[in-house]
Design a binder for this molecule. Structure first.
Ligand code: FES
Ligand code: FES
Length: 154
């Protein structure tokens, strides 16, 4: 079946069954490999993308559920919150192996877009579904606070 959805600001036509998880399309059909496959069961957050700015697990989001909503992947992430997250991640050298990090960045950018001054509890709640086997959690939390300060200054 042919379906057209908005991905990173562009109408994109894909040939797939409606129940195909969009992660398969992003990585396998469209070459957007910044979004990672971890568990395939909505348990790790590695596959996080935005649907109209809200973080979702693309491994369990079927094509049919997207509708007219805009899909944003790490390749298309932009805006003030995204830039602040990017800069803070570099400043605090958050990344270790990197595998989980596009999902972490997508979740952090969505958090800051709706809550530009999150508390530790807000961060822990928003990021709870994004696992990191390298244990970068303390740097992620610090980087989100740093990004919030960058947002407040700009
Ligand atoms: S791959 Fe989607 S949550 Fe783990
Ligand atoms: S940086 Fe290695 S899994 Fe998170």
């Amino acid at each position: 079946m042919t379906t057209t959805i908005q991905i990173n600001g562009k109408p994109t036509t894909v040939q797939a069954d409606p129940d195909t998880p969009i992660l398969w399309l992003l990585r396998g059909e469209l070459g957007l490999t910044g979004t990672k496959f971890g568990c395939g069961m909505a348990l790790c957050g590695a596959c996080t993308v935005h649907l109209d700015g809200e973080p979702v697990r693309s491994c369990v989001t079927p094509l049919a559920a997207v509708g007219a909503r805009a899909v944003t992947t790490i390749e298309g992430l932009e805006g003030r919150a995204a830039r602040a997250v990017h800069d803070a991640w570099l400043t605090l050298d958050v990344v270790q192996c990197g595998y989980c990090q596009s999902g972490q960045v997508m979740a952090a950018a969505a958090l800051l877009a709706r809550n530009p001054k999150p508390t530790d509890a807000d961060i822990d709640s928003a990021m709870a579904g994004n696992l990191c086997r390298c244990g970068t959690y303390p740097r992620i939390r610090a980087a989100i606070h740093e990004a919030a300060e960058l947002l407040a200054r700009t």
